[in-house]
Design a binder for this molecule. Structure first.
Ligand SMILES: [Zn+2]
Length: 141
């Protein structure tokens, strides 16, 4: 598998991990897979965020998103359907193809697989406001 192919199939890879975990409930296998795909450093940082209870699922009747509280208290919004984050790591590493994703994105996805997150219910309008706030003012440089 080339490094260029992996970003394109990132969602398939995560889906497979989710299905494997659902069928076998083996945390050891999940961790081994995460380590081999994302590397031990990114995996460990994502798991730390989950352990710190920093992952929140924000849901309305229409959709759900994740919010991850970063190590310095900043809040990052992760959408279900795209690999994107507003953190500096994403801007400087992921967008330049030096990493597959950031720890916030991985934490949200792994927390979802494990069912280890806190849930907040919001109105559809509030979820839209969160997304506009997170992504509406991004500068493209
Ligand atoms: Zn991030």
């Amino acid at each position: 598998m080339t490094t260029r192919l992996l970003p394109a199939i990132l969602y398939d890879v995560l889906d497979n991990l989710k299905n494997d975990y659902k069928q076998r409930s083996s945390i050891e296998e999940l961790l081994l897979s995460l380590n081999s795909i994302f590397g031990p450093v990114l995996t460990e940082r994502a798991l730390e965020l989950i352990d710190d209870e920093s992952v929140f699922l924000i849901q309305s009747q229409e959709r759900y998103i994740f919010q991850v509280v970063g190590s310095r208290g900043d809040i990052y919004t992760i959408m279900e359907v795209s690999n994107f984050c507003t953190c500096d790591f994403f801007k400087h590493q992921v967008l330049k193809d030096r990493a597959l994703c950031c720890k916030h994105f991985l934490a949200a996805k792994v927390a979802f697989i494990l069912g280890n997150f806190k849930t907040k219910s919001e109105t559809p309008g509030s979820v839209t406001s969160i997304l506009l706030c997170a992504y509406g003012n991004q500068e493209i440089k």
